[in-house]
Design a protein. Sequence first.
Lengths: 161, 795
Amino acid sequence: MQISFTLNGRPTTVDVEPATLVAELLREQFNLTGTHIGCDTSQCGACVVHLDGLPVKSCTLLAPALDGATLLTIEGLQGAPGSNRLHPMQEAFREHHGLQCGFCTPGMLMTAVALATEKPALTEADVRRGLEGNICRCTGYQNIVVSVISGAAAMNAAKGE
Amino acid sequence: MGNVIGIGASPKRKEDQRFLTGRGSYVSDIKRPGMTAGAFVRSPHGHAKLRGIDKSAALAAPGVIAVLTGDDVADDGLGSLPCGWGITDAKGVPMKEPPFPMLAQDKVRFVGDMVAFVIAETPEQANAAAELLNVDYEVLPSVVGVLEAVRPGAPQLFDDVPNNICCDWELGDKAAVEAAFRKAAHVAKLSLVNNRLIGNPMEPRAAIAEYEPGTDRFTLWTTSQFPHVVRFLMGALVLNIPQHKLRVVAPDVGGGFGVKQFHYGEEAVITWAAKRVMRPIKWVASRSEGYVSDRHGRDHVTEAELALDETGKFLAFRVKTLANMGGYLSTFGPNIPTNLYGPLLGGVYTTPAIYCNVKVVFTNTVPVDAYRGAGRPEATFVLERIVDVAASEMGIDRVEIRRRNMIPKEAYPYQTPVLVQYDSGDPVGCLDGALVAADAKNFGIRKSESARKGKFRGLGYSTYVEACGLAPSRFAGRLGARGGLYESATVRVHPTGQVTVMIGTHNHGQGHETTFAQIVSEKLGVSFENVDIVFGDTDRVQFGMGTYGSRSLVVGGAALSKATDKVVAKGKKIAAHLLEAAEVDIQFEAGKFSVAGTDRMKTFEEIAGAAYVPHDYPLEVLEPGLEEQAYYDPVNFTYPGGCHIAEVEVDPETGTVTLVNYTAVDDVGTVINPMIVEGQLHGGIVQGVGQALFENAVYDEGSGQLLSGSLMDYCMPRADHLPMMKVETHSTLCTHTPMGVKGCGEVGTIGSPAAVINAVVDALSHLGVTHVDMPATPNRIWRLLQNASLPVAAE
């Protein structure tokens, strides 16, 4: 079937098998391999993308659900397309060593941006609860929590400018 | 000289840009022209005879290219998966070492054992065809626990391994230990289980293999911590591919923790199959497939006894352990519960006599091998738990009994009775630092506050030492290692003065691209931005043993340090020629070669340029170019250590244990990048907390089914399980590594399980609880509280 949606700011039309998962579609047809697949039970959150502004696990979403929607992946998160400019949340993860092997990082960032958008003044408890659906095996979460609080503050400050 | 960022600084990581922007290149991200997909057919039974395989239905399925089984492996005369360590029993008899076929022959021995490989045009077609393969099994009873496996009448995995015992290993002076027990004022005894774990790096294992007929070369991309070792084991011992015709690439790898430091059958099968079908093949494990094929960790059952005199001094320690090996011997398997366990039973104490007996046992489970810490967390757990038991029984304060037995700082180097000699350390300093950092003196106030809320609060201590920086090759060889354990580095200075380093360790989260660049920046005085680190490709890197056992900085960093010294030495010769001075008069500092006592100098860049444009150059005595290589074989292990203090709150209504505070003071030697070290400690601690409170791999006895078969059933630590941890370093320098480094990758995981469980037992001690097995789940604690048959509400 044919579906049309906005992918990282660009209108897109594509033929898909209806049973295709969004994570597979992104990785296989669009070569957007920043969306990772870390499990098969929707537990790990490495595949989180934004569907119409809300964080979703793209490993549990069928491609037809994209028709007419707006999708943002990690590749579309940074400033201008093709630039190396980082989003404030990406900058905060770099600053506070919020990543090690990098595999969970795209999903963590997409969840973090959604958390910060929903509630700009995040507490530690908000962040820890908000990251329930994202597993990291490297960092022990400590620096991720610090990064998200700091990134949220930076996003908030940028909005006020 | 630009922006030198050297030892002790915390620059932001070089590797982060690509990971933050989704531009990492993991194996599953790679596509090759004409690529096919592979799927493994795995045994659904824990133990069964393989009566026959009918390929016809699978071969007829849409898109199927080939179906390969153990018979095809046998027809091609291929080897079995090698074990890298050969241990022996007390009489010198070698361990039983049955073959580990890459695809099962005659029998399957665990759920997940590989039976066939299906290659098709797409992953969906390969998976669908795998379902159609008709395998005729004669199901046999399984045995999954070590106690059950050694009982008379237990199912036997191999005809020539009686009682499923691979090796009955021992270490230490048994007679001296028995004599010490006879004169002991007190003997503490403890039986415990070290729970089985699944490593769970977030990136599942994956591989792509390709064969180029024009050059007769194979390329394997694999999620590995040690590509050169895979090339050697697989090429030389399994597939008979000459080393120069085999390239192994481990690109960005999404975490390892030991799980990716073995040569897996999947790697051999896919490489062999790529030539048979003459097309590239890709295989990516699902998480659940990883659960029944990634090597598991731990899984010990132990009886320990500690003999003490009337003042609480340790006289002798005796440990008997049954260690689970699973269905076959994995790459390091038998080494972990023996050589990496027994020699650490001395801990930071002066115990004069130690005896350890380990029966290494086959069961119908996934092979067990190294997982972060590997043997050392198990040793620390036994020792630090029994010290608490002894303190409680003798009425001695838990800190005081540790202090009385600790090796004083001035007693280093310290020879233990179990092979190893610690070069440096300060256990008392770490303990004192941790007591302050954890505010232990006000614990009573916090405990009373918890009691007012109806909660039980506990404080737990763990002091530990570990042996890492694997390893002195000669020493390891005596213990049964079948390979060397050195490391190598090449420093290539380009004509314009920038530097590319080729190193044999592998970066999969540890920040090597940053830490190693800092070493080069400091030693050569070049800008941090002008150093790149290359790893993970046997065509680009000369050789290497890879990353595991906290060895990368200790062994790889030492090789790198030696190679930079050689660059400086050659640079001095070039500078001496250009500056018309004697070589001995040339000094090198901050990126400048100068003649001592003069202002005559050449920059590092000028020397590099001269080396590659040798118009004015001593060609008669010196080769052009500026590239140096070094191999480094350590003279000893390194011995990081420290003290961890955990504070927990137990809710008697639900049995839930909450970790409320965690403090670690670790001695990791010289710290190159404090930010990265702190991150390693955080991650390591939480993996140990996971073992203590959440994680457990559970098999069903009889059927051999893995009951904790997915992330739905195996509880991983999550962000809201944890408090903010306090981690500090209290360093003494390693006396034998070039920079004084000791390694920090595993310390967190080694110190933490005992600290957490000691805290849980402390919280429940007023109810008569003396031990809690891991994981201390709400279910387990709630049952303990019910059995304590005391009022559960705190008074």
